[in-house]
Design a protein around this ligand. Structure first.
Ligand SMILES: [Zn+2]
Length: 247
């Protein structure tokens, strides 16, 4: 089996890999999410249903494209209401109904009864975060092995600091965008080599920065955005990557 492109338009790229994995990229934000086995098989069941109704699965068919776009939007929601609706509320039959029915818009809205689309949109935007923070320096991907001084970050305040886990408020040296900078390591019990370490930089809104800068203890609520927003990670092998939001 070779890699196969399911969809490639201005917004989305959906590719299935050599070993059956399925990756969806939201092009304007360069966010890629790998579908879980469950998410993937749900999509394939929907495509089977489309086939059973006598539609040929050919690339560029309007029905296939609609299904793939719905799937991508739901996938990016990572467990939110939109995701729940697509993967748990709508049956495969109702997804196919919604794309082959003449009255598509009406159907889609009916299926999502009780879910307010405006709220969904707001939630969706918050989860993927608006990547319009910072400047080209702090949004750039550092080279593997880059040292702290090669980065554009500067610590401005220590929030807490222990030998295995620390947090700081940082800013970009160039544009002053604030970040939550975190460090953690895992103790290498074998005693061989150094403990593997990770660093993370998550961009902060001005409100979040202000709240954390007051010096109050960090609560789960204050940190609830972590992992729901694109952040920079330096892994235990000093490789840097921008990570996608996840639930
Ligand atoms: Zn910057």
């Amino acid at each position: 089996m070779i890699a196969r492109v399911f969809l490639d338009n201005d917004m989305w790229l959906i590719v299935s890999g050599l070993f059956g994995g399925l990756k969806v990229t939201l092009k304007p934000r360069n966010i890629t999410i790998k579908a879980s086995r469950f998410e993937r098989s749900h999509l394939y069941n929907i495509l089977d249903e489309l086939k059973n109704r006598g539609h040929r699965i050919k690339q560029d068919s309007a029905e296939l494209t609609s299904i793939l776009v719905m799937f991508s939007e739901a996938l990016l929601g990572r467990g939110d209401a939109r995701w729940q609706t697509f993967f748990h509320v709508m049956s495969c039959e109702s997804v196919v109904d919604s794309v082959i029915n003449e009255n598509i818009q009406q159907q889609k809205i009916n299926i999502q009864t009780g879910l307010h689309l405006a709220n969904l949109d707001a939630e969706f935007k918050e989860k993927v975060f608006v990547d319009n923070y910072g400047c080209s320096k702090c949004r750039k991907l550092p080279d593997a092995g880059a040292g702290y001084n090669d980065l554009s970050f500067r610590k401005v305040k220590t929030l807490y600091d222990t030998s295995h886990e620390s947090s700081w408020l940082s800013e970009c040296k160039y544009c002053k965008q604030h970040f939550l900078e975190r460090f953690r390591d895992r103790i290498d019990w074998t005693g061989q080599g150094k403990d593997p370490m990770w660093m993370y930089w998550t961009p902060l809104t001005p409100e979040e920065f202000e709240l954390m800068n007051k010096g109050e203890e960090l609560t789960g609520d204050m940190l609830s955005f972590i992992g729901k927003r694109t952040y920079l990670e330096c892994d235990s092998e000093d490789k840097y990557s921008w990570k996608s939001p996840k639930e």
